[in-house]
Design a protein around this ligand. Structure first.
Ligand code: PMP
Length: 349
């Protein structure tokens, strides 16, 4: 039988538990706050959506809405199937076999997964004990190994840590690499690099509608950069990469940004509630700027014990054994999660 390419021998791809659970707080998905509006307005298939034709390859209407939302010209935007496609496109466009991608660890696992798929080398600089990032250490490593791309998730998944913009600027000014800032969770924080894209030759910012917009199911993400970068990535992109339905729903969703702003505030309150309650229950909790919290517990198999109560959160293994990531849910989900934590801790005593 034909053997897979060398980089994929023993390869393990991305896996997220999608089994039915009463409460799913494992994948940082937002709530679908906009669906009601979209259904109320109706889908108007005949007038707006032509399923027999290929979608608009330039996603003109969608880019116009993104432009209004984020304050960047449509000429500086590439859209696609989630920010996942954007990460892949950057590697396809810029990193040759055996060239290096530099990041920090722990971080979003797909950077290393894509790196392996494309036979590139992934190097992760260890973050500090509290999961903050030592920017000098990262700059030193970059100058030592000269990576083609440096990718940072900000706020970082799964730690929730936020890297200040002054550190990112320092990195841009002291290295020659293409710097990618994955801002999947930036709506829940402040400190975006979006307005800097025209000030730096080598800066890309990634965004998604999967989190604050609660639209993970339609798979829409986008990339923001100067025109030189956008032009080449747009040519590498597969034609018609974003389907008609997703373009249409995303365009509508972006017109309702007030609803999203209210939802973000709700998540921040939920995040504070979970932070305080987890602490009260003896967990070591890390301050988070995302729609999730990382915490450490010495209770054996806490993830499994919560699963038995119908609640799914993210458990980690290896260096992060004993650490858990819980997504901030709605009020009743957060309360149910804390109630389960309280019951489990009581039983342990
Ligand atoms: N970046 C980060 C940091 C993420 O956590 C995720 C989703 N877990 C993604 C990108 C991918 O998001 P999507 O493809 O849904 O836009």
């Amino acid at each position: 039988m034909t053997q897979v390419k060398e980089s994929l021998i023993n390869f393990r791809g991305y896996k997220s538990k999608q089994v039915p659970y009463k409460i799913r707080l494992n994948a940082n998905e937002g709530k679908n706050i906009l669906l009601e509006d979209i259904i109320r307005e109706g889908l108007q298939f005949n007038e707006e959506i032509n399923l027999n034709f290929y979608p608009d390859n330039d996603a003109t209407l969608l880019k116009a809405e993104i432009s209004k939302y984020i304050g960047v010209s449509p000429a500086n935007i590439v859209v696609g199937n989630g920010s996942s496609e954007m990460i892949e496109l950057i590697i396809k466009t810029y990193v040759d076999k055996n060239e290096t991608i530099l990041s920090v660890v722990p971080t979003f696992s797909m950077y290393a997964v894509f790196s392996q798929i494309y036979s590139t080398k992934f190097v992760g600089v260890e973050s500090n004990e509290d999961f903050s990032i030592d920017i000098e250490k990262l700059i030193d490593k970059a100058n030592e190994i000269n990576p083609k791309v440096i990718i940072l998730c900000n706020p970082n998944n799964p730690t929730g840590n936020l890297l200040p913009t002054r550190d990112i600027k320092k990195l841009l000014e002291n290295t020659n690499s293409l710097v990618v800032i994955d801002e999947a969770y930036m709506e829940f924080a402040s400190g975006s690099m979006v307005e800097e894209i025209s000030n730096y030759e080598n800066l890309i910012v990634l965004r998604t509608l999967s989190k604050a917009f609660g639209l993970a199911g339609i798979r829409v993400g986008y990339l923001l950069a100067n025109q030189k970068i956008v032009n080449i990535i747009d040519q590498v992109r597969s034609p018609y990469n974003l389907n008609v339905m997703s373009q249409w729903i995303a365009t509508k969703a972006l017109k309702n940004k007030e609803r999203v702003i209210a939802y973000i505030e709700e998540i921040k309150l939920g995040r504070e509630f979970l932070y305080n309650k987890l602490k009260e229950n003896g967990m070591k909790v890390f301050k988070s700027h995302g729609n999730f919290l990382l915490f450490y517990s010495n209770i054996d198999n806490l993830g499994q014990k919560l699963a038995e109560k119908g609640i799914l959160i993210r458990s980690f293994a290896n260096e992060l054994a004993g650490y858990y990531r819980v997504s901030v849910g709605d009020k009743s989900e957060n309360q149910a999660f804390i109630k389960a934590i309280e019951e489990i801790t009581k039983n342990e005593k």
